[in-house]
Design a protein around this ligand. Sequence first.
Ligand code: TYD
Ligand code: MG
Length: 463
Amino acid sequence: MAKKVKTAFFCQNCGHESAKWQGKCPSCGEWNTFVEEILQDKSAAPQKGDWKPAGNVAEGKKTVSKPLKIEEITYSEEQRIITKDAELNRVLGGGIMPGSVVLIGGEPGIGKSTLMLQIALTLNQQKVLYVSGEESGQQIKQRAERLPFDSDNCYILTETNTQQIFQQIEQNKPDVLVIDSIQTLSSSLLEAAAGSVSQVKECTLELIRFAKETNTPVFMIGHITKDGNLAGPKVLEHMVDTVLQFEGDRHMTYRILRTTKNRFGSTSELGIYEMQSVGLREVSNPSEILISQRDGGLSGIAVGTIMEGNRPLLVEVQSLVTPSVYGNPQRNSNGFDSKRLNMLLAVLEKRGGYKLSFSDIFLNITGGLKVEDPAIDLAVCASMISSHEDWALDGQVCFAAEVGLGGEIRAISKIEHRISEAEKLGFKHIFVSKFNMKGVKQEDHNIRIHAIGKLEELTDYLF
Ligand code: TYD
Ligand code: MG
């Protein structure tokens, strides 16, 4: 077939298209990211219905849409598929939405394929087609053997050409489609290599069209680049309905599934898993694992409460404050914003009278979590004071307040949730802001609530 070959340059970082090569991408500002890709003539670009098998390509019927009054629009409450995986249900906003396209990103080896295979195997009411362009059938079978799930409704297809995939879909009519991974797919409508920006975009478009026309949910696994973004164009994230990030340190066993975009639910939800030799296990009570089992007596450890979505979590803050041996004291933080750490240090110096400017300070949030909730501030301060004084905090104490520049203890959101969570986990004392006490009654709780207004009051209480 004589094709009119058209080429264009694409930024491999953000997907910006340009007619000629450029050193710096005008859209994302990255250097040396333009690569020439072969496109087909625009007139042969895919039409509606192209996902159907070759030879049966329906002419997309043009329907003219008219504006409707909002009350005239009717819809039926779509039946979500509730999976056996409560963590996944939560991050998706209450189960799998029919016709939704979900992109799951994560570093290599983090467990994306394991998670999707596990979901595919537990959905035994639905026919699942797991399309893999990365592994052979035997490899997938081997992985499935390790997992404690079994399903006679899960089909594996090793194929990378989208037209071939849709042909199989037409015959097998799956209820759920899993693509592992979008970067391995290629459409014969384009000549560019698999994984290039134009192919990724095109294949995603075809999958979205398929999902919307057949109301079949599609899960796409996507690779991420070394700076943590989903590989391929940023537009990919705009195109799909839901973007999930699978995070965690590959060498640690905990994995976090985070929603970064969701058209069908909240984006602040979080699912926690533990990678075991038999696959990913849901962690339904994450606070227990985030707080290390310790015998007590260690200085520099304090427990704070954070909210991830609607869920309160208790996390452990560890710090090490030691006199600096080199000229410049080091400030290192893991899982906590280093600017905020510097701010809290300044507050401790100025308002608390602690001389920390000649100390090396290392701060770590255990469990590999990245905490943005300011309610952790008080725990961070308490842990640094504890390490500085080398005086261990009581293991039954936890903290839930923000610290302001004046050393004042500030109120935070959802205080009741946090207090109840701490109580549930057996803590006996919680320090909160006195401005947070409206509506909070000590007699409702089995945990002693200490309401304080200033940082000095904390040190008076504890040390
Ligand atoms: P995988 O799902 O292949 O990662 P991805 O698709 O994100 O690249 O995960 C592979 C890692 O998980 C691998 O290092 C082995 C480990 N693993 C387990 O620890 N237990 C298991 O039961 C399985 C299936 C994998
Ligand atoms: Mg994989």
